[in-house]
Design a protein. Structure first.
Length: 345
């Protein structure tokens, strides 16, 4: 239903073949842990447009089937200031850990405590010149404001029945992909710079016929609704929506081939992804693989190229968005990456 809005890239390729290094590479531009994630670079480069919410938010949905691990370092700020770290919003009554006041502690009590701790931290900062102390003070204040903003954010009572129906029947179940897609839209309209949705369960080395149907059913309607919802609110032109895995899957069967039980192995040499909004062309297919889906034969796009292109659309020259650490200027694209102008409107 939204195919005409998609910019489909069929010639993605990556350097890594296993999950941990491949996700790390896709998130940070390097297979070795320790670099800032894309969202942290955006917080660093764009700043925060909403003083009551973090600039970088992470949402996780549990899928069906084999669950590849997710490490919190995937949304780490690395060597950037700690305030650029991604904030994970959870399901249930405590969306952000340690945000609620303990029983018997009033809002006034919390304010007095923060003022006292802030004064002590200011003295320590003046003594030690440690920049992380200022970060800590800022995050205390952010948490105080989030005590008011987060409950309103995760409460869908102000959404219309038509909007809820558009995202599908799972939207009222916290933690589902549908609920997180709607939450992503609510975050976007509140000015959050970078919202990352993880949907686990795509590691289909076996039971693929069943698992891929369950996974697809869980994501198809909500992701289409997210694009439509952003578009109808005038947000899509300023928002890039990216759907991707960290690598592809082999076109040939892995394991014993039966009608109900076979799988696909990791394949970094060629895979597909799509983008929508943010000045990317609508309704195009970029790149091509051979008849077996094994090698790219036209218009290859690397992970670094994708990062460079997205940064370009967000207003950055990927070679100039840097941070100096230990005598070297680091960037998301390392020493690689070209803007793929064929993807841009």
């Amino acid at each position: 239903g939204v195919a005409r809005d998609l910019c489909i890239v069929r010639s993605m390729h990556t350097d890594a073949i296993n999950h941990e290094p491949a996700i790390t590479f896709f998130q940070t531009g390097n297979q070795i842990p320790g670099r800032p994630s894309f969202g942290s670079w955006m917080s660093y480069g764009l700043g925060n447009a909403n003083e009551n919410l973090p600039a970088f938010v992470v949402l996780i949905s549990q899928g069906f089937g084999n669950m590849q691990a997710l490490s919190e370092r995937f949304w780490s700020s690395g060597f950037l200031n700690g305030k650029h770290q991604g904030c994970k919003i959870r399901t249930g009554d405590n969306p952000v850990l340690y945000l609620k006041d303990p029983a018997g502690v009033s809002r006034k009590d919390r304010r007095r405590m923060l003022d006292l701790v802030g004064a002590l931290n200011e003295k320590e900062e003046a003594r030690s010149f440690d920049p992380e102390i200022a970060t800590r003070m800022a995050q205390y204040e952010m948490a105080y404001r989030m005590q008011m903003s987060v409950p309103d954010l995760v409460d869908f009572k102000d959404e219309t029945e038509d909007t809820l129906a558009m995202y599908g029947p799972e939207v009222q179940k916290p933690g589902t992909f549908a609920a997180n897609c709607l939450l992503a839209r609510r975050l976007a309209e509140r000015g959050v710079r970078f919202i990352q949705l993880y949907m686990r369960g795509w590691d289909a080395h076996g039971n693929l016929p069943r698992e891929i149907r369950d996974q697809s059913a869980a994501v198809d309607q909500p992701q289409a609704a997210l694009i439509r919802d952003l578009d109808q609110r005038g947000l899509l032109e300023d928002t890039i929506v990216l759907w991707s895995g960290e690598f592809g899957r082999t076109v040939y069967s892995q394991g014993a081939l039966t009608e109900t039980n076979y799988g696909r192995d990791h394949h970094p040499r060629a895979f597909s992804t799509w983008l929508a909004g943010g000045g990317f062309k609508r309704g195009i297919v970029h790149g091509e693989t051979d008849d077996f889906g094994y090698n790219i034969v036209r218009d290859p796009v690397s992970v670094h190229d994708l990062h460079a292109t997205m940064l370009h659309q967000l207003g950055f020259d990927h070679e100039r968005l840097t941070h100096r650490v230990q005598g070297r200027d680091f960037r998301l694209t390392d020493v690689h990456g070209e803007v793929v102008k064929g993807l841009l409107a």
